[in-house]
Every structure is written in C-alpha cells, then in structure tokens.
Design a binder for this molecule. Structure first.
Ligand SMILES: [Zn+2]
Length: 359
C-alpha cells in the first residue's frame, strides 16, 4: 500500500508543483483592444499613448481556450531584428487551436515596431533604449518606458507564466539556448525549471542574483519572475538569418512547454542532459561582417580544451552534452555596443569559429 502510494506520488510529483486551476466556466479575456470569447482568437493592439515622443501600437493576440485554465504570455520582438523569434510567434498564432487549449495564451509577436521597420538592432530608434532593459516601465517616460509600463500592466500582471523570446541580433551569432533564473522560492523555481526543461533547448544559462525590487526589475522575464510568475527566456536565430530548424526549436519548445503546463494534451518532450552554464561567456569578439555567411560563427572551445575549460568555467553538476559550446557574440563595427565591452574575451584563446558543415 505504502509502496503503491509512493509510486503514484513519484509519477505525478512534478504536477504537484503546479497551482490548481479549479474547473470554472471559461470567460472572455481582453488584452489591449483584443477580446476573445472562450474558444476564439482575437487580434488587437496595446495602444501606447503619445508622451514626450510618439505613440505606438503593439500588436497583441489573445487565444482563449474553451476550458478555463492558466494564462501563458509569449512575447517576442523586444529587439525587432531578431527575426527567428518573431516568425516563431507568428507561426504559433496560426497553429494554436483554441478548441484544444486549456486556459488562455496571450501573444505579443513584435514589441519593438520601429526597430523592425528601420532595421535597427538592439534598441528602439525612437528613444535609443533597449526594449528589454526598462521594466517595469514608466507611464510618463519615453516610448520604450511607456510601452514597458503597458506590457507590465496588461500582460505580466495578468499572466500566470511567461516566455520571452530572443535570438542573435543582426550583429550577433548565437547558438540556441535558454535562461533559467532561480529565485530561491521552491515551488516557483520548480515550475520554471520544468518549463525550461520541457522547452528543450540543450544549453541553459542559470541566471542568478537578478533585481528583486519590483520598481526596477529591468528585464521582461524578471518583471514576471519577481511578481511570482514562473518565466523563462529562450533564444534562437542569429545575424538576421531565419533557419527553419531554429524556428522549429521555438515552436516545438513552446508546444512542449504548454503540455508540461497542462494547457495542451500530450506529454512534454524534456531535454535530457542539458549543459547547465553558470554564466554566459559574455565575450564580444569583433569580426568582419563578411564572415557571417561563411559560418555560423558559433565560437567553440578549441578541441582538446573543450571539456576541461568548459567544465572548469561553466559547467554545473555532472550532466554531459555531446558538445560543449560557449555562447559568444559576433559584433561588427557599427554595433551600438559600447566600445569598452568589445574587448577581447578573456577566454578567446580557447575559442575559435567553426564552419557550419563541421558542427
Ligand atoms: Zn533580444
């Protein structure tokens, strides 16, 4: 009897982490100007009013399941030239069927409209601010701050879980990876860890010691995390290139995470033995722009040094991955990244670019 109880507990242990969403009549759900009845999709805008600079309208889509359940927010395009993540959310808008969903999905596919339209990486060209650095925002600030304020009120405050999508920007060549930011709160961390494992990206950076002041949370996912909502960041795509495999990683990862959250039927597909990185390499290596088409420029630890270096610097635990790659950036000359941050990575001697056909 005891043994069978233990077995049952173990088999459903992870689900005990999740809050219970009682059976209730699904109701209409509104975000910005989008209102979706149960079983419907609706599109609209988060209307950012004019202030000391211009107004802007940020598209928002509400997909409201027929059954009552949690609210999951999917946000991309804070950096409007990280195309892979934006296209992945667009695919999900079409793919997600409200008749199959338990709960509600709020999708914001393109936060930074002006970055997208003007092909400006990293910042909103209206006020020259990154749209993932000024949360929770200010009602009377510049456009980025007003937009962040609206997203905090309309999206973060009203969701239960959040995923923020990024990737290598026009001048960055990043491999796919995720961030997991533990808070020390066991239940919340258990759910966010389940989310990041279910998403399935094979490199996970553990991001500790993030701002906890609710008035200065800085990043979108941290704004959600600090408010007690399990959240993760996922990254795929690089240098303005959109590869179907990268889009598929984000789309399939989202569906798997929704299965883990019991918002879709079926079993999630967890990543086995991800590489847990204690910190990002953080190096910005200046290289000619022309190298991008020749290789993905995923700077890998040099063969031979790979295991030793990665284990010493970045690895945590005893899990292993077939390849240990470091996350590095590829910055070209016109990058707005401050000059002092473009110094050689101190690990650069151990890293080298590798042509795509060798990866
Ligand atoms: Zn980004």
């Amino acid at each position: 009897m005891l043994r069978s109880f233990a077995r049952t507990f173990a088999s459903c242990g992870i689900f005990l982490l999740f809050p219970w969403f009682p059976e209730a009549q699904a109701q209409s759900f509104s975000v910005g100007t989008a209102t979706a009845a149960p079983g419907r999709k609706s599109t609209g805008y988060l209307e950012v009013p004019a202030g000391i600079d211009a107004a802007t309208n940020i598209p928002v889509i509400v997909i409201n399941g027929e059954k009552h359940g949690p609210v999951l927010a999917l946000v991309s395009g804070a950096h409007g030239t990280e195309y892979t993540s934006i296209i992945a959310i667009e695919k999900l808008i079409n793919l997600l069927d409200p008749s199959q969903i338990v709960g509600t999905v709020v999708l914001v596919p393109l936060v930074n409209i002006q970055s997208f339209e003007q092909k400006v990486p990293h910042v909103n060209p209206i006020d020259n601010k990154s749209m993932n650095r000024f949360y929770p925002g200010k009602a009377d600030g510049t456009q980025t701050e007003r937009a962040s304020f609206l997203i905090t009120k309309q999206v973060v405050d009203r969701c239960d879980y959040l995923i923020d999508y990024h990737g290598g920007d026009l001048d960055e060549s990043l491999r796919p990876y995720a961030y997991w930011a533990p808070t020390g709160k066991e239940t919340q961390d258990g759910i966010s860890k389940e989310m990041v494992l279910a998403f399935g990206l094979d490199h996970i950076i553990i991001w500790r010691d993030r701002p906890t002041d609710l008035g200065a949370t800085r990043y979108l996912d941290n704004t959600s995390t600090a408010r007690g909502k399990p959240s993760i960041v996922v990254e795929a795509g690089y240098a303005g290139v959109v590869e179907p495999d990268d889009v598929a990683l984000l789309v399939d990862g989202t569906l798997s995470t929704m299965r883990a959250l019991k918002m879709l039927s079926g079993d999630p597909r967890h990543i086995e033995n991800p590489v847990w990185l204690r910190q990002s390499c953080g190096c910005l290596v200046r290289r000619p722009w022309s190298v991008v088409p020749l290789c993905k420029a995923w700077y890998l630890c040099a063969r031979g040094n790979e295991n030793r270096l990665c284990h010493r610097l970045f690895r945590q635990g005893h899990t292993r991955s077939p390849r240990s790659r470091l996350r590095c950036h590829l910055a070209h000359q016109r990058s707005p990244v401050p000059q002092e941050r473009r110094q050689h990575c101190r690990y650069r001697d151990h890293c080298r670019p590798r042509p795509v056909d060798l990866i």
